[in-house]
Design a binder for this molecule. Sequence first.
Ligand code: PBG
Length: 311
Amino acid sequence: MRRLVAEARLHPDQLVLPYFVRVGRKSAVSSMPGVFQLSVDDLLKEAERAHASGLRAVLLFGIPDQKDEKASGAYAENGIVQKAVCELKRALPELVVITDVCLCEYMSHGHCGIVEKKSGKARILNDPTLELLARTARSHAEAGADIVAPSDMMDGRVRAIRQQLDENGFADTPIMSYAAKFASAFYGPFREAAESTPKFGDRRSYQMDNANAAEALREVGLDIQEGADIIMVKPALAYLDIIYRVKSTFGYPTAAYAVSAEYSMIKAAAAKGWIDERNVTLESLLAMRRAGADIIITYAAKEVIRWLKEG
Ligand code: PBG
């Protein structure tokens, strides 16, 4: 009877699994048990298995061989993400391949934009960064990406990406923008996985302040005006109020990103026998659905699909 009257539900169709892809051999991410940096070959094997079990969509992050001050690896024609997308779409044409569009993994300094250093002070150059982001998104679309997902939080990037996609024959490629992305301590484990910890400073000049909800709505509104098709709130569990407001204000397809520390905290406490991994994970993700998220990005997607099947 409870199931008859349940208001929110989790379903495999709503889940997106992030993958980290690199050149060279598979390597475990120590702060995220069960998560690996994968070679393109390993990624194909993993994704094939996950897809066969009911996973519909993946989100790709790349770890390049070399980093520089222009993030050249982000938009290189034969870059790691471009290769991975190409192979994935060839092997699994029905799998939805989303690419994270950002520069931090490809920048020697680890920031999401171009850095200018003047008299001992560093700052991010917003506008010159837009061109690199748009090139990155276009190169992902050329490789076959189904959706591009800018996560950099530069102002005006959705418009720049939309324009470049439209001008190059990719008018039908949707943008899922990390619209309300907070400067969060919950990204800690991810930065080990993506090798993207900033070498100096932090991301507070471009990511949002934890205290602000009205500002999050303004950020989302701007991204929608600029052409975003799906909007994202990130992190998820500590920002359920934002998910709720965003969904009720705009009614847009809304994604919630259950970020790395949300995953790692559950894994760590479960490994100690302090909590039940399955029930805590399912309860957390269901809360995101109840708050209004349509799409949930989670490192636990494979296990969740298995648990949902087991009932
Ligand atoms: C890149 C990016 C980050 C995450 C997704 N894209 C990290 C950051 O902004 O430092 C975090 C994801 C996670 O913690 O799982 N800009």
